[in-house]
Design a protein around this ligand. Structure first.
Ligand SMILES: [Zn+2]
Length: 313
């Protein structure tokens, strides 16, 4: 595992100290593991405070008491589950039209999985083909009005998945990846249609089509995300991807400096200073600080925190 750079260690320590009482500040910070899960890297840090010991897990950053989670892995699993739970809850708050737009292919794909779970006869496996075909049509409809489509000499029909899939491949990928996605679009569609018409369909046939359909949906989703997020930033000196924004407090000048820093070679961009008064202009900071703690970690030990007087008491 790569060494912990000074600014990385400081970011973790500042985060913990921001949440801990003055007599329980952070000392030793060690990175114990890093794991990429569903496209996000979560680093786990072991933080020794004066009286307590914590796991801090990143992206998004949160902390867990080691008396609650003796093993780092337990905390990581809880962290990921919590993230999925919060994402699901915020998804449920989307307006119905938006939700429909974002999840239509996945919802139809889930229908296909449900059919598969109950399937026993050839016609059930054929139905899996129909559901997968529906999922692909929904996928084909998903980006028809995206701005990256640009001008088209002639638009395919709305439900023409092969036609739209080929356009998506053209717009989102180059060279071999483009050819690969075009072939996936073509061959996956053919598989779903063949399954639909196969009166001797077996569980193996249906499983293969399910896998192929799920793979195509996630492949296109990944290409769209890459297009909208852009390429990941790299260090201008050594080309490492370990570039972070670093925030350094400046008590003397009553504010903070922000710069980009490379954890691999130590390169740093010019520091930009912002004063606290500028930063908190128009926010409700004082009201927030005076309110009861309602964050996730505030809630974990509600019963034990009596010695810490609450602002609302
Ligand atoms: Zn560098």
């Amino acid at each position: 595992m790569a060494d912990l750079a000074e600014h990385e260690e400081r970011a973790i320590r500042d985060y913990v100290n921001g949440q801990a009482p003055p007599d329980d500040q952070a000392g030793l910070v060690q990175r114990v593991r890093g794991q990429r899960i569903l496209g996000r890297t979560h680093d786990v840090f072991d933080v020794h405070c004066a009286k307590t010991r914590w796991w801090v897990i990143t992206d998004p950053m949160n902390l867990y008491l080691q008396t609650d989670f003796p093993e780092a892995e337990q905390a990581l699993i809880f962290h990921i589950g919590l993230g999925a739970f919060l994402a699901e809850r915020s998804r449920a708050e989307l307006p119905v039209e938006d939700e429909d737009h974002v999840t239509a292919p996945w919802r139809r794909y889930r229908d296909a999985l449900d059919v598969m779970n109950e399937a026993g006869e050839a016609e059930d496996f054929q139905s899996v083909g129909i559901k997968c075909r529906d999922a692909l049509i929904a996928l084909g409809k998903l980006y028809q009005s995206a701005d990256w489509i640009g001008e088209l000499p002639e638009s395919p029909k709305v439900a023409d998945f092969k036609g739209w899939g080929a356009i998506y491949a053209e717009r989102l990928a180059k060279d071999r990846v483009r050819n690969y996605v075009k072939a996936l679009v073509e061959k996956t569609w053919d598989l779903t249609v063949a399954l639909q018409h196969n009166s001797n369909a077996t569980p193996y046939d249906a499983d293969l089509v399910l896998e192929a359909t799920g793979h195509l949906i996630s492949t296109l989703g990944r290409l769209v995300r890459r297009h909208t997020d852009g390429e990941p930033e790299r260090c201008p000196r050594c080309e490492s991807y370990r570039i972070d924004e670093d925030v350094e407090h400046d008590d003397e000048r009553q504010g903070f400096d922000v710069s980009m820093v490379c954890a691999a070679c130590g390169w740093r961009s010019e520091r930009e200073f912002t004063s606290w008064s500028e930063h908190f202009e128009g926010t409700q900071l004082l009201e927030y600080l005076a309110g009861p703690g309602t964050g996730i970690s505030d809630r974990l030990h509600r019963g034990e925190s009596e010695e810490m007087p609450r602002a609302s008491d």
